[in-house]
Design a protein around this ligand. Sequence first.
Ligand SMILES: [Zn+2]
Length: 177
Amino acid sequence: MGKSSKYLIPLKSLSEGVHEYEYTLDDAFFGHTDSSEITKGTVAAVLTVHRTGDIFELHFAIQGNIVIPCDRCLDDMTLPVATEETLYVKFGEEYREEDDNLIVVPETEGTIDVAWYLYEFVALTIPLKHTHKEGECNPEMEKILQAHSSVEASDDGESEATDPRWNALKKLKETNN
Ligand SMILES: [Zn+2]
């Protein structure tokens, strides 16, 4: 995610008590993530770090909009995001995730980069199936999809017969055998 120093929280040097960080996750933020389904976004995140001794409670309040491809027509669609997450961080020998929300960071470094967590928390809100509202899909794609599904319904499930090129290919394979 490139230079993410503003996402690097200097836990070790924080005083006891509450510290607040505000972020705007924009197109550049989401664009920098390689394995990203999210192409764009404008998401506000408020991170509150509460230090008690060497235990840190990180509370994330995340709200905004992201842009992802629609499952049905593949065009961009906007999805509202609103989520809250809490992470606990303590120091240890080396970095590890003790469980889903307890992170151990090396005491020698004493920092945590929250960029990845911010991204992950946003990504977790994406429903498994996400499509435009009924009637708002790309009309060209909708026509193709409808034509395809009506052919499929009318030929007893043998949908491979829909494209004559596949038959030609099959014949070719058969004669080669
Ligand atoms: Zn769509």
